[in-house]
Design a protein around this ligand. Structure first.
Ligand code: GDP
Length: 311
């Protein structure tokens, strides 16, 4: 069986799915690999009897998460097939993302802060593609931004007084933007500010024509929060292209509250949001402490960007 994916950077939404509708039916012939390292392709252990483990950094005594073919994010113009022995090497480590021919020029060699805008129409107008990072306050957004550009304090720019409620543009390699949006769910922010934030970021999501994908950051060290689910749902309902970035995946110790490991929280979150999307959104597990997921995010951004530029 060969599965060919159509362009899917826009996700259709089912607000009220029929009870019998199965969003992600299990494929009849699941597949398996024991490692999904991108850079040094491991010998494939693909068999046709078990699902693919999604990550190869579990501790030896911990069960591995597995992923089935229908839960992969397959970029446009990319084919996957159950009997493709190289499939495991084409899945980005700690993610559900299959690499496409557009995954190139991923390295960050230059990064600079460009401007802070309070309205979408004030954002840079040079037409370069961009990715917006958004998430709950304290989710690790600044840490991730610094890790992506390998600079210790670049994201501090966004935390300066007067900039925290702005759309902050950072130009990368003179060819694309990383955009830092204000954190949401900040309990002590005045209601008025929270409303404003909602208004202007939502306007940005809907009207920014150069926005390739929103990267929604979710803290994988704690159980899913209602506000994150609402946010993912809003993006889905408005067909805003979204990639889920699970942060703090290095926090492996059991917590009193929920007591789940990052992999379990990641799985739970996806189950909770699957009804908002017709196709599975791409997701990546990350840690700014270990730099897990850093190269994978950059490769994913590269393939989305290069496809966007060509179409
Ligand atoms: P922001 O408010 O979303 O910009 O979050 P920050 O980047 O400022 O991080 C909030 C807190 O989480 C800080 O104490 C960070 O040190 C911590 N943090 C951020 N990323 C990680 C991570 O990947 N792993 C762990 N263990 N802590 C993190």
């Amino acid at each position: 069986m060969v599965v060919t994916q159509l362009p899917r950077f826009h996700y259709l939404v089912f607000k009220n799915p029929p009870p019998s509708f199965k969003f992600f039916p299990k494929p009849k012939v699941p597949i398996k690999s024991t490692a999904s390292t991108l850079f040094s392709a491991p010998k494939s252990t693909l068999s046709t009897t078990e699902p693919i483990p999604i990550t190869d950094f579990s501790l030896p005594d911990e069960p591995k998460l597995e992923i089935s073919l229908d839960k992969l994010f397959v970029p446009p113009e990319t084919q996957v097939s159950c009997d493709d022995s190289s499939l495991s090497t084409r899945i980005l480590k700690g993610s559900n993302i299959v690499l496409s021919k557009y995954a190139r020029d991923a390295q960050v060699v230059q990064a600079e802060f460009v401007k802070s805008s309070v309205r979408t129409e004030d954002c840079p107008s040079d037409g370069l593609p961009e990715f917006a990072l958004v998430g709950r306050s304290n989710v690790g957004k600044s840490s991730l931004l610094n890790s992506l550009v390998r600079r210790k304090r670049l994201a501090l720019t966004s935390k300066k007084p007067g900039k925290t409620q702005c759309i902050n543009h950072f130009r990368i390699n003179d060819s694309w933007y990383l955009v830092d949006l204000p954190g949401y769910g900040y309990a002590s922010a005045p209601q008025e500010l929270r409303t404003d934030w909602g208004k202007f970021t939502k306007d940005y999501f809907i009207n920014r024509s150069t926005l390739v994908s929103v990267f929604l950051l979710i803290d994988a060290s704690i159980p899913a929060k209602k506000i994150d689910l609402e946010y993912a749902s809003w993006l889905g309902q408005n067909q805003v292209p979204m990639t889920l970035i699970f942060t703090k995946c290095d926090k492996r110790k059991k917590k009193k509250n929920g007591g789940k490991r990052p992999e379990e929280n990641v799985k739970d979150f996806q189950e909770l949001i699957c009804g908002f999307f017709q196709t599975v959104p791409p997701w990546i597990m990350t840690s700014s402490v270990t730099n897990q997921g850093r190269d994978e995010i950059l490769l994913h951004m590269a393939q989305l960007r290069n496809y966007w530029l060509k179409h």
